[in-house]
Design a protein around this ligand. Structure first.
Ligand code: ADP
Ligand code: ASP
Ligand code: MG
Length: 415
């Protein structure tokens, strides 16, 4: 059972989470619970760091950020003990989460869950601080924003749990962020394939890595509300049959920035040097566009998007490449946003892209970059146009409650 930040934000909510955990124990299940930092604690810790340093050292950042989830776990253990059950809280390191050394976005490489297994065998409820681990060089690491989801999935895999329940502040995974689109519909099921695209394009309800990890390790993910009892959303494996809607969801992100390189020499190896430098700096690059120069001896222009939090690291990494290749200018733009539509059904339906572009045109929204996968279309636009674009696309594809278009995948005709 994983509880997100809003679900443990104050004393009452911690007690509520404690009661839910105890109820599972009393129903005869053994429980490992992963908790996030309370409320906006992680944001506040980041702000504290920025008050003392313009670009805080990443190792020290992890020492700082990992404290938030420890607070939640210790408090919840106290509340559970008061309910007459025995609980033990563990840091990520104590829980055996071993990661690589990339501070602030470490990847889990091993889970040594003996201590958890022992505690469970001793009839204890185990509380694990989410979002953190210990690196192969014995430093505390964190797993990137939203990383407690990945802690939960990794532990579920390691102890062979029946299910990994993600308790959050919404009722499940919706056809769009319900905070932006009031008539968004909760999905009863979503496939791993679609959930991966949704998480990658901004639906932060499940962290991308947690979905990847669950798919690789065969963990059943169940996303549900921590405030009410409801069926939530189950992420289905590829082998589990389901109907594929044409379009499943509209997602968005305003936490991306664009870098444009002007005057890039038009020769083999230029793009390779640029993206090698970014990869070595740990920057995840998304949409890439390169314009072919028109005419002999002209230079090319390369644009790409990255997470805003990687902007500084990317600029630093590109300086030496700029000198080496003779790139004229590095231009950055942090005012961009991205809207995407995701749906396994679009693979076999022409005209979806045209409808996306027509919808945005109808709202007078200019599209600055476009990228696609077989089941996703993303458009980069100005960030202030994102809410309007999301609502318009949600409406145009009839995703609101009671207006869903469904189709059956080939080979699964109605029986
Ligand atoms: P937690 O603190 O529980 O981990 P998060 O804030 O990380 O919660 O994720 C839940 C939030 O994700 C919701 O409050 C919602 O605003 C946002 N969200 C974005 N897209 C979606 C979506 N398609 N379905 C559900 N929630 C979404
Ligand atoms: N507390 C961390 C964050 O805010 C991790 C998490 O909540 O999953 O990103
Ligand atoms: Mg989260």
């Amino acid at each position: 059972m994983k509880f997100g930040g809003t679900s443990v934000a104050d004393a009452d909510r911690i007690k509520r989470a404690a009661r839910r955990i105890v109820a599972q124990r009393e129903a005869g299940n053994r429980v490992v619970a992963v908790l996030s930092a309370r409320g906006r604690t992680t944001d506040e810790l980041i702000a504290m760091a920025e008050e003392v340093s313009s670009h805080p050292d990443r190792r020290e950042m992890d020492m700082l950020l990992s404290t938030g989830e420890r607070i939640s776990c210790a408090l919840c253990a106290m509340a559970i003990n008061d309910l007459g059950h025995r609980a033990i809280s563990l840091t990520g390191s104590q829980a055996g989460i071993v990661t690589d050394t990339s501070h602030t976005k470490a990847r889990i490489i091993d889970v040594r869950a003996e201590r958890i297994r022992e505690a469970l065998a001793n009839d204890q409820i185990v509380l694990v601080a989410g979002f953190q681990g210990v690196s192969t060089s014995r430093d505390v690491t964190t797993l990137g924003r939203g990383g407690s989801d990945t802690t939960a999935v990794a532990l579920a895999a390691a102890i062979d749990a029946e299910v990994c329940e993600i308790y959050t502040d919404v009722a499940g995974v919706f056809t769009a962020d319900p905070r932006l689109v009031p008539n968004a519909r909760k999905l009863a099921f979503v496939s791993f394939e679609e959930m991966l695209e949704m998480a990658a394009s901004g639906a932060k309800v499940l962290q991308l890595r947690s979905v990847e990890y669950a798919r690789t390790h065969g963990v059943r993910m169940h996303c549900r509300s921590s405030f009410e009892d409801g069926p939530g959303t189950v992420v289905l494996g590829e082998d589990e049959t389901m109907e594929h809607p044409l379009i499943t969801a509209v997602t968005h992100s305003t936490e991306e920035a664009r870098i444009t390189l002007l005057g890039v020499p038009d020769r083999p190896g230029a793009a390779a040097s640029i993206f090698r430098a970014l990869a070595d700096a740990g920057c995840n690059v998304d949409t890439i566009i390169q314009n072919e120069p028109r005419g002999e001896g002209r230079d090319a222009e390369v644009s790409f998007t990255i997470a805003t939090e990687d902007l500084y690291a990317a600029e630093q990494a590109l300086r030496p490449v700029q000198a080496e290749l003779g790139i004229a200018e590095i231009d950055t733009d942090s005012g961009i946003g991205k809207v995407s539509i995701v749906g396994a059904g679009m693979r076999s339906h022409p005209g979806v892209a045209a409808q996306v572009f027509e919808t945005l045109a109808g709202e007078n929204i200019n599209i600055e970059m476009i990228s696609t996968s077989p089941i996703k279309i993303s458009c980069v636009i100005r960030s202030d146009g994102v809410p309007q674009a999301v609502r318009a696309l949600h409406e145009a594809f009839g995703l609101g409650a009671l207006e869903v278009q469904r189709e059956r995948p080939i080979g699964q005709e109605a029986r």
